[in-house]
Structures are given as C-alpha cells and as structure tokens.
Ligand binder design. Sequence first.
Ligand SMILES: Cc1ncc(COP(=O)(O)O)c(C=O)c1O
Length: 405
Amino acid sequence: MKPSNIQSRPAHIAHRTRPFQESVIREMTRLGDESGAVNLSQGLPDMEPPQEVLEAALQAIRSGDNQYTFPFGSPEFRAAIAQKYASYNAIHADPDTDITVTCGVSEAIIAVILALTEPGDEVILFEPWYENYVPGCLMAGVSPRFVSLHEPDYMFDPDELRSAFNQKTRLVIINTPHNPTGRVFSLQELEAIASLCREFGVIAVTDEIYEYILFEGRRHISIGSLESMADRTVTISGLGKSYAVTGWRIGWTVACPALSLPIRKVHDYLTVCAPAPFQTAGITALSLPETYYVQMREKYLTGRTILLDALTAAGFTFRQPEGAYYVMADFSSLNWDQKKYYRPEWSLDRNFAEFIARDIGVAVVPGSSFYISGIQGSNSVRFNFAKKEETLREAARRLLHFNPS
Ligand SMILES: Cc1ncc(COP(=O)(O)O)c(C=O)c1O
C-alpha cells in the first residue's frame, strides 16, 4: 500500500485479539517452505484422497450443487452422518435436529464455545491442547482452565481434574485421539470426565477428528455414547483427516436439540453454510467400506514406523502414539548448534525448530506452542507422519545427520 501524507488517528484493534498470536503451526509451514524442508509440521496429509470421493465432488459441481445448502447442512449429508454415528460411535442422532454441518472442526469448536458459554465462564482444556481451543475461548471472553496430561504417559490426574471443576465451569473440551500426543483416552478416563460433567452440570465437547486413526487394535470411544451423556455432549468431527481433504472445510457437530439450536444459530451467522459440493461428496466418503479404514490405518502405521525408527536412530525420545498422526519427540539428548539461529525471544524448542528446518531440512512444530506457560514442552517438537512413504523416507534420511555413524 502507498504511504499517505494525510494525518489520521490509528485504527482501534479489538482487545479480544491481543492475547493470542498467529498460528505457530502455520508459521512453521512457512519456515519449512522457505528453507526447502520436508514439511512434517502442519497436520495435513500429502496422500491422495479416495478417488471415488474426488469424483463425487466433481460430479456434484457439474450437476449443480453450487448454491447455499440449509445453514445446518444438506439433508442427505446429515442423514449419512447420522448413519455413521449409529454404526461407528454408538450414538443415536436425529439428522433433522441433532446435526449441524460446519466449515471444518475449527469453526465447530468456536461456534460451540460462543453458543454455550457466557463471558466470565470457565472452560476446561487438557494441556497440551490443539491450538484453536484457546483463541476460541478468548474470543468468547471465557477463561480456559488447564488440566495437565502428564509426561511421559500424557495421563491426567483425576484429582487435578476434579479440582478444575467449579460453579463457573461450562464446558470441558476433550480431544481423542489426541493432537499432539497421540493419546487415545480409555473408557475409564472418559467415565471419570463424564461423572464430573454430570455432577457439575457441565457439557463435554469432544473433538474426534482423528477417530479412525488408531493403532494396535485400539478402539475409539465417544464420550457421548456413555450413559446419560447424550444430553450433555457435543461430539465434533469432520472429513478433513479421515479422507485427506483438509482443504474442503467440512466438519459437524452432533448434540441434542437443546444444544444444537444455539450452535446452529451461531454457525448460520458465522458462515451461512459449509461448501455445498463437498457436503455431497461427503456422502460418498461416509459410505466407504470398512476396507478403506483398514488400509488407511495400515498406511499410517507404516508412516509411524518409518518416522519413529528415524527418531530413535537420531537420539530423540518419545512416547509411541496410540492414535492420530503426530508424535511429540524430546530432543534433549541431541547435539545441535544452539547458537546458530539463536534469538533471545525464542524458547529452546523454537530455536531447535529453526535449526532442524534450516540445517537438517525437516519442518516441525515447537512443543511449547501446545502449552500456556511457553516453558512446558520446550524440550520437544511435534512431528506429523501423515505423509507418503517417500516423504517420510526423505525426512528419515535427513534426520541421519544427527547421528552419522
Ligand atoms: C485436534 C484437531 N482439531 C481440529 C483440527 C482442525 O480441523 P478442521 O481442518 O476440520 O478445521 C485439527 C487440525 O489439525 C486438529 O488437530
């Protein structure tokens, strides 16, 4: 923009935007691109989406699905979502009243926080957390309250969880399988959370975007399927990760009518509706046979093996992920030049992320960006293994630099 000589007062910037920064994950993708690194930072898969799902999207565009749908989603897509919940999640959802299709899980989370909290309320988050939960809380004027998933197992302490609940608590946000740790919450853990939700009248908001990405035969359990949780749970998922279409921006919420109604109102005024042709293609995605999910898990398992072997050889330590496609890896034992790109305002892990992107050629996400203190997680970085075998083998080759022997 051209500089102007006309004097004017600076524009006001809303206070609600001040406590949070631009996404660190997307900043790391930019750093990776700039330094020619293999991008294992942002959580986007580089494999092809299923061919029939791509065809369904093209067909939908050609045959006229190019206008607004109902704000809460096309009836056919909601019916397909309801069917999936009955067969995979043991949740009965009425497509007319209980399902709201959103622009990705990200919008769903923010719409739910805006719809179900008042300024001054509290929302419980497990720490480390996926990065849009905190800005979502802050934009709604609610205070996040953190409960640690303790290293090395990333389990929570039930007493700590109980002490986070109080009269101001409105929501507890769960994410299973979990980004960034790869934890899959057990039935016992979910029962403990559910019991506190019942006692304190709190809504469980559960982000299950990685629900199909599970290893070693683990089972996905939706907290909304537990006894008397149907009326106090908002279950959220989407197409992005399960079908490698993160750019399509299709997510949804499943909740009883009393909770869905305000979510639908907020969603309508935020975005009107999710992209119409991709809702239609979503019907094809949700009707893929079980073999699709078996093969997908096998692909991710191969990716996990390649990456974890390379990390072990390079000297990282980590807890093997049980689900999702990330691993938090501790770099404390590695030899690296801490002075090379040093900036005093950066944490150790941010410095390490710069080093590994520029000198090793692998882009990662600094571990501390998943914590509020900026101190926890600062010996770790997050790697994403949702990549083609050749991409991961190239990353593995580059990581050998840490251990040339
Ligand atoms: C836990 C979690 N929730 C939500 C999202 C974003 O989902 P969407 O692309 O559907 O907005 C991500 C993306 O990485 C994620 O890891």
